[in-house]
Design a protein around this ligand. Structure first.
Ligand SMILES: C[S@@+](CC[C@H](N)C(=O)[O-])C[C@H]1O[C@@H](n2cnc3c(N)ncnc32)[C@H](O)[C@@H]1O
Length: 483
């Protein structure tokens, strides 16, 4: 359908952007917009994402029925469908548009739409399943689950929520699984230099980090050319002599758990064939399990444990990191990977179902019922008692998400005992622990029911005559009348 048939002024929804849109930024950060790939921005509006991506040396074209109707709509590796579906009034046309965009995507389709939590920003009268604003623009705000379902329906593929309101539909299983694997362990690839003179040293570091030797295919070419010339027995000898066995052992344990986590997450998202798994995961399975079947059995058990209240509660009590309350475990993002594997799985399942927000500081995992919240405390590092800015919550039973912003709120919840959210060996833990001890001595925790929000905490600080200088508690200086 051309714009002549539009029931509202859809083109007016296209804003000028001074920076890359959130979905394009996410896809770029996720390595989906690599420079060798062709990208089509379908419904590109004024074309600012196209120009920004060109500056990032991407090979990109844009098409828009209003702004760029004459531009080519050729197949591309990546098709971006950014905030288009929500401006279409007609449900059938929404589906047709999605189908047309998918038909052009040879590797991945990135679909984004505005979500229900923006309802308060969209005023106007009801039209069909959306709202018509005073400027005669239309918005259908999606729930996270509805958007994912729609994309799964039309593409017939298993989708992953990259972030709230941003869905990836992959053409090939292998690409989806590689993406999931990178989400679980982004740094497990080759990280050393690709300088042939340090090839053996880099290889040893890899073994210490991953718990197994790399295959030639996992190395940069410059390194693999050197390593390929060494006889396997000599190589094994070199590794045995120079690598730290306790590091290899600890990494092998961690890689085993990461593989289990991946396979359980994969089961949650829909299990693929062994041959669709990223090669490095296939090699991990061969190195750390007796067979793929055994690995799958253990991963299935892990996913089942996620449904077991007593098990989850036990894992939370045993967790080396995080603050356990009567209803949930709270963990700082820096400490997340140190959680027991079943809890990492809990967080990852919620994230692929409804997206992990771009900005967050602490994750909250409920143990009565299943819901994960990502809480954002922008001043966590600098403020001894950080105030919450937003809370994005995913209910794992319904896969629906909700969002709460505390911006403009005058009495925000705040954190105490910051060290409890971090790992014991975090560089900041000791500093925060000292502060908590001083606060306890000063009597600031005598009335715990009063201190959960800003006003109550301020009142207790005043009662105890205390203030902060950085992360030190000091006596409050009262204002004296001058003269
Ligand atoms: C909110 S704007 C988004 C523009 C751009 N993707 C961005 O994020 O800046 C919605 C755009 O969708 C375009 N549009 C409307 N109906 C469309 C359809 N059926 N297919 C493709 N694009 C459409 C409009 O012309 C408008 O430019």
């Amino acid at each position: 359908m051309g714009e002549a048939g539009w029931a509202t002024e859809r083109q007016r929804t296209a804003i000028a952007r001074s920076r890359l849109s959130v979905p394009a930024r996410q896809a770029f950060a996720d390595g989906q917009l690599l420079s060798g790939r062709r990208i089509l921005d379908f419904g590109c509006g004024r074309g600012d994402d196209v120009r920004a991506l060109e500056r990032l040396e991407c090979h990109v074209t844009g098409w828009d029925p209003h702004f760029q109707p004459d531009s080519q709509r050729s197949p591309a590796d990546v098709v971006l469908l950014t905030y288009v579906l929500n401006v279409i009034e007609d449900q059938v046309e929404r589906r047709e548009t999605l189908r047309a965009a998918w038909a052009l995507a040879t590797a991945v389709l990135v679909v984004s739409a505005r979500l229900t939590w923006e309802r308060s920003k969209v005023n106007g009268g009801q039209l069909g399943d959306g709202v018509v604003t005073g400027r005669r623009t239309f918005q259908h705000l999606f729930t996270t689950h509805e958007l994912r379902q729609l994309v799964e329906d039309i593409t017939g593929s298993r989708c992953v929520a990259a972030a709230p309101g941003i869905i990836y539909a992959f053409r090939e299983e292998t690409a989806r699984l590689s993406y999931l694997a990178r989400r679980i362990a982004p740094d497990l690839g080759w990280t050393g230099p690709d300088d042939p003179s340090t090839a053996v040293e880099s290889l040893v570091r890899y073994v210490e980090r991953r718990g197994r030797p790399p295959r030639l295919e996992e190395m940069p070419t410059a390194i693999s050319e050197v390593i390929a010339k060494l006889r396997p027995a000599i190589l094994r000898n070199l590794i045995r002599k120079t690598a730290h066995p306790e590091l290899i052992e600890a990494s092998a344990r961690q890689s085993t758990l990461n593989t289990l986590l991946f396979l359980a997450l994969e089961l949650f998202n829909g299990r693929g064939r062994f041959t669709s798994l990223p090669l490095s995961i296939q090699w991990d399975i061969r190195a750390f399990f007796s067979s793929y079947q055994e690995a799958c059995r253990r991963a299935d058990r892990l996913l089942l444990k996620l449904r077991d209240d007593a098990y989850v509660r036990g894992a939370m009590s045993a967790s080396r990191v995080g603050k356990l309350t009567p209803t949930a475990l709270y963990v700082h993002r820096r400490a997340m990977d140190a959680m027991p594997t079943v809890l990492r799985l809990y967080e990852h399942c919620a994230a692929i179902a409804a997206g992990r927000p771009e900005e967050w500081t602490v994750v909250k995992l409920k143990h009565d019922g299943r819901a994960a919240s990502w809480l954002h405390y922008p001043d966590f590092d600098s403020d001894p008692h950080p105030r919450v800015r937003s809370d994005y919550r995913v209910d794992l039973r319904t896969l629906e998400a909700s969002h709460r912003s505390y911006e403009g709120s005058t009495n925000r919840p705040l954190l105490h005992r910051k060290h409890e959210f971090l790992a014991p060996d975090d560089p900041d833990t000791a500093l925060y622990q000292r502060l908590t001890a001083e606060e306890v001595r000063a009597g600031l925790y005598a009335n715990p029911h009063l201190i959960g929000t800003e006003a109550g905490w301020e009142a207790e600080l005043a009662r105890c005559g205390r203030d902060f200088r950085g992360h030190r508690l000091v006596k409050r200086e009262w204002d004296h009348p001058s003269g």
